[in-house]
Design a protein around this ligand. Structure first.
Ligand SMILES: Nc1ncnc2c1ncn2[C@@H]1O[C@H](COP(=O)(O)OP(=O)(O)OP(=O)(O)O)[C@@H](O)[C@H]1O
Ligand SMILES: O=P(O)(O)OC[C@H]1O[C@H](OP(=O)(O)OP(=O)(O)O)[C@H](O)[C@@H]1O
Ligand SMILES: [Mg+2]
Length: 407
């Protein structure tokens, strides 16, 4: 199915915003060719959203099942540019998966460690669309992009939801001046007497699916949405919108444009995620094996990333006694308790054990506290080194994935 939606290219030319249950949802569907028609891609376009149709679109609304086309290679989509691009390749590199891209304008690449897999560089939103259409099998994108363009489609599976980069949140922001000066929560915003059917709250956002859905879930009735490709923070000062709904990480852009976040206004927390097509995992030969290997490497690396190995020496009569001393401290139990080994010394030609070496893994954040606790129970010569991988018996997310796939 292909759908074209005609939207006015500026607000002056638009009919006055309305909010009626019969207004169709103007939101890109993952399964439809969604074309904005306008003179300039950058200009603001009015999207009048119907909240009740959001609901039905969510309820019914998955794309037609992707067709599994025969091919030999598993396809992994990585962001072709933007803030997620370099970090995605770097993360794979940290997992000893080296993406061989001959030059940055070449959109296909290989990972020699995964010979049945090819990488395709795509814009993040297109990665989600192509997972749904069956043109990609796996992808790395922000959770915000998955939610916005995936629209809860059951064919999308989030295999790893926290790849530890691309952190941001999708949030409503309003001016910190004028009529909004004393408004500090979503409820206060919703209760402002200014909004009516004739004059709804105008929200500028690139998130034309999540925005209306969030407003509906929060019972905000008189609201319209406009959209733009970027620099949304300018919309309130330009008089185009009352509020914006956009991604925030450092908060600098909001601050520089005299905007503030409000309590209850966070739509979602986001970071990079590994996403897969359910049909690819169940129907495409080799896809499940590939995702298992990628997941194992990711989990081993990400688990290790937050930890240090700490080695210290401690005087003691036997390992048991040393263990009791170490375990009396709250931050010294390591991943599965401390490893304690005798340190053999020679004195007057005799081998003796006066010291024990203690090895523990310590969360990076708790390092200094752990060192203090080690010293308090007699630890000396404390050595700290970064951990590269922690391979568990199995990865918890692998079990979750198999259950999700009913395997
Ligand atoms: N401060 C931030 N602003 C926007 N996105 C962020 C931020 N921090 C992390 N991200 C993540 O990066 C992704 C967007 O990256 P970027 O804007 O570079 O790519 P894009 O989707 O191609 O955007 P554009 O349409 O602006 O080109 C977001 O979907 C989000 O997951
Ligand atoms: O909280 P901050 O760290 O300031 O980041 C948030 C800003 O970054 C993104 O914009 P981007 O840089 O992609 O520019 P754009 O809006 O023109 O797309 C986002 O859309 C916000 O505007
Ligand atoms: Mg951007």
């Amino acid at each position: 199915m292909s759908m074209s939606i005609l939207l006015p290219t500026n607000l002056q030319q638009c009919p006055s915003p309305s909010f009626s249950p019969s207004t169709p949802l103007l939101s890109p569907s993952p399964s439809t060719a969604f074309s904005f028609v306008g003179t300039s891609r950058r200009c603001l376009r009015l999207v009048t959203c119907c909240v009740s149709s959001v609901q039905s679109s969510v309820a019914n609304g998955s794309a037609p099942a992707a067709v599994i086309v025969e091919r030999d290679q598993i396809r992994l989509g990585l962001p072709s540019k933007g803030r997620m691009a370099a970090d995605s390749v770097d993360l794979l590199k940290d997992c000893q998966l080296f993406v061989k891209q001959v030059n940055p304008r070449q959109y296909v690449a290989q990972i020699p460690q995964l010979p049945n897999t090819e990488v395709w560089f795509q814009r993040p939103k297109d990665i989600v669309r192509k997972l749904l259409s069956g043109d990609l099998d796996l992808g790395i994108v922000g959770l915000d992009t998955v939610c916005e363009y995936g629209q809860e489609n059951e064919d999308l599976i989030i295999v790893h939801e926290a790849l530890n980069f691309g952190d941001c949140h999708l949030s409503i922001a309003i001016p910190n001046y004028g009529i909004f000066e004393n408004i500090n929560s979503l409820k206060e915003l919703a209760d402002m007497p200014q909004w009516s059917e004739e004059r709804p709250l105008r929200v500028a956002t690139g998130f034309t699916y999540l925005g209306p859905k969030f407003m509906e879930e929060n019972g905000i009735k008189h609201v319209t949405f406009s959209t733009a490709d970027g620099a949304l923070e300018a919309a309130p000062a330009m008089g185009i919108a009352d509020a914006i709904l956009d991604l925030v990480s450092s908060g600098t852009t909001l601050k520089e444009n005299n905007l503030k976040e409000i309590e209850g206004g966070v739509v979602l927390e986001s970071q990079a995620a590994l996403v897969a097509s359910r049909r690819a995992l169940t129907d495409r030969k080799g896809a499940l094996k590939t995702v298992h290997e990628i997941l194992e490497r990711l989990e081993a690396h990400l688990k290790a990333d937050g930890q240090f190995t700490v080695v210290a020496n401690m005087r003691g009569n036997n390992a048991q006694e040393v263990a009791e001393r170490v375990l009396s401290q709250p931050s010294l139990s390591g991943l599965q308790g401390p490893t304690i080994s005798p340190v053999y010394c020679t004195q007057n030609g005799k081998v003796s054990i006066d010291y024990y070496a203690i090895v523990i893994c310590v969360p990076k954040k708790a390092l200094y506290e752990s060192v203090k606790q080690l010293r308090a129970v007699g630890g000396s010569g404390v050595l700290v080194s970064p951990l590269t991988y922690i391979f568990d018996v199995d990865t918890p997310r692998w079990g979750q994935l198999l259950r999700n796939l009913n395997l």
